[in-house]
Each structure stands twice: as C-alpha cells, then as structure tokens.
Design a protein. Structure first.
Ligand SMILES: [Zn+2]
Length: 357
C-alpha cells in the first residue's frame, strides 16, 4: 500500500521496526496516533513528553518519553505546525518540569498550603484575638477558667480573706479587678488567670519568710495579668479551637475553646523575656510603694533552697532561678538608693495569713 497523502505520518516502533503509516490528531494537549488504514487507536503522546529529533527522509521527526519509537511527519502535514509550536514551548524547562512532576507539585503545594494555614491560625489569630478581646471580656474568660479550676481545688477561706486584705493594700493593677485566693495544696505553685485571678497554693505561702517576698510574688503574677501574658499564651495554644469557633460563631465558642485550656493554667510557662518583665515590673511596683524590692531576691532564694529537696512547680514553669536572682540583684543595684517605709498593715495581714495556713 502506498501513501502519498500528506495526512499520513510514519511511526517507527521497536528496533529495526518497519514504518507504520498513521494518522495524527492533536487535541487536549495530546497527540493521538491512529492506524492509517482502519483508524484503530495506537498511542497517545502528552505534549510534555514529546521532543523534536533531527529530520530524516525529508520529514520532521519526534519522539516521546512515554513510549519507544519515533514519528516521521511530512512537512505539509496539517498537525505539524501546531505540534512544533507546542513542542517548542514545552522545551522550556519550567513547563516541562511542571507537566512531568504534576503530582509532586500538587503534594508540595498542598503541604505549603497547610503550613501557611497553620501559621495563619497560630500566629495571626492570637494576634487578632488580643485585639478583639476587651478587658471586660477577658475578666469573664478568667472567671470561667477560675470556676473550672475551683471544681478540683479547695479554697482556704480564712487565709484567702487575709490574703485579699493584704493584696488590697498593694496597687497591683490599674486595669483589672485583681482577686487573690489561697488554695490548699502541697504543690509549691502560684499562677494567674487572664483578667486577674491570682491563685497561691498554701504550700508556697508556708515557705515564705516575710511579707516582701509575698509582695514580690503577687507583683510578678499581677504583671502577667496586666501585660496579658496569660491571654496571649492561652490564645496561642487554643488557636485551633479559636479558629473553629470564629467560623462557627459567637464569643461563647471562643471561651469554651479557652476553657479546655483551664487545666493547662498551672503549667503555663512564659518565655525568658516575659518572666524578666514580670520580675522587673513587680520590683518597680514595690519601689513605687516604698516596699523593699529585695523581696524578689528573698522570694527566689527561698524557693531555690526548697528546690534542692523537692521540685517547686512555680520554678519549674519559669526559667533558671539562678539567672533570675542575678537579674533581680542587678536591677536593684541599678536602682541605687530607694526610700523605704514601714508597712504596718502589710505586716499585720501577713501575720494573719501565716496564722491561718
Ligand atoms: Zn511568671
């Protein structure tokens, strides 16, 4: 059979193979190859797989990396022009890479997308949350966290009464109605919820030797409250829950996401810089009220001594005590001489607290 028709191309498959006359169709970025005589489908070559070869027998030649063999196409073939143009643009490295490794790109894109979404959720949402949550609402959240916490703990009423009288003498916060509580616990710990609930465990109080240590402790916790460290921390760890509730709806959703974090309160730990800020602002508050800022050094030293016998939770959730003591001493040294006053009321309330724990 002789084919002089310019619509016929020649396909060579396998070594020393005879040329096979074929018809070509190009659509959907693919070259479709059919037998010339009875139009049976033979092969299809995606455009990205096709490369041009040197001419032979006065015809243009092409091969594909999806199958063996090559094609010879007469110059006058109607598909040739389109095919050459497409092949040429596919010779560009990026286009070819894109087509050849589509699944790889799809998976990489997906991973990148998830990573960006994660960053969006964990970095942006806490930031938005900090802007959105008013101080009033923060107190409400703190109240809910505190109520949840109280379901598992016993408040020591008398000691709490005297601790509250003690705290009232201090200007702990210009923004929040700070409320202090003593709970009976063998764990030496103290922490604050967002919005101003400060919880001091009885075991920690028993250890302190003088009222200035307690002022330092309350000042430290009040700084976490005032600077919204706790809220920031909770928002970060609750951000996936927050993400959902922002989409599902109301602020109630947000607070229920936060409530799940209630148990984490005790283990809340802050970065070194936030702890230093809490220690320093506590000492500044002491100086402003003419209370000896060395109370901070006494507090840390007492707890450090305890730690040699048993773990002190308050310290374990905070950075190295040794370093904090040095920082506090340096801070006090830089203050120079500060005027101090007698604080009979604080001393009296301190004695009452000690009597009731
Ligand atoms: Zn702290």
């Amino acid at each position: 059979m002789q084919y002089t028709d310019e619509h016929i191309a020649w396909l060579y498959v396998g070594e020393n193979a005879m040329a096979q006359p074929v018809r070509l169709m190009y659509f959907q970025n693919t070259l479709h190859i059919y037998q010339a005589d009875h139009s049976a489908f033979v092969l299809k070559w995606p455009i990205y797989s096709i490369q041009a070869l040197p001419e032979s027998n006065g015809r243009k030649c092409f091969q594909s990396n999806v199958s063996q063999g090559f094609l010879e196409i007469p110059h006058a073939h109607p598909v040739l022009l389109t095919l050459e143009k497409e092949v040429q643009s596919n010779q560009r490295v990026f286009t070819r890479l894109w087509h050849q490794y589509k699944p790889f790109w799809a998976i990489s894109g997906l991973i990148l997308g998830v990573a960006l979404l994660y960053l969006g959720v964990t970095k942006t949402l806490p930031w938005i949350g900090m802007k959105m949550i008013s101080r009033e609402y923060e107190v409400e959240i703190g109240q809910k966290l505190f109520d949840t916490f109280l379901e598992q703990e016993d408040v020591e009423d008398s000691a709490t009464y005297w601790l509250q009288a003690f705290a009232k003498e201090l200007k702990l916060s210009p923004y929040y109605p700070v409320q202090t509580f003593v709970v009976s616990s063998e764990e030496k710990n103290a922490f604050a919820t967002p919005g101003g609930f400060i919880i001091v465990n009885s075991a920690l109080l028993k250890d302190l030797d003088d009222y200035t240590s307690l002022v330092a402790l309350l000042g430290h916790e009040a700084t976490h409250v005032n600077q919204r460290h706790g809220l920031d921390n909770l928002l970060k760890s609750a951000s996936s829950g927050l993400f959902l509730s922002l989409f599902i709806g109301d602020g109630g959703g947000i607070s229920s996401a936060l409530l799940q974090q209630a148990d984490m309160l005790r283990q809340l730990s802050y970065s070194r810089s936030l702890e230093r800020e809490a220690d320093e602002l506590s000492m500044k508050m002491m100086v402003l009220q003419k209370i000896d800022p060395r109370g901070m050094v006494r507090l840390l030293t007492t707890l450090q001594k305890d730690e040699s016998n048993e773990p002190v939770s308050f310290l374990s959730t905070h950075p190295a005590t040794e370093e904090r003591i040095k920082d506090a001493e340096l801070f006090i040294k830089n203050l120079g001489k500060v005027p101090l006053a007698e604080h009979e009321k604080l001393q009296f309330y301190w004695n009452c607290i000690k009597k009731h724990i």
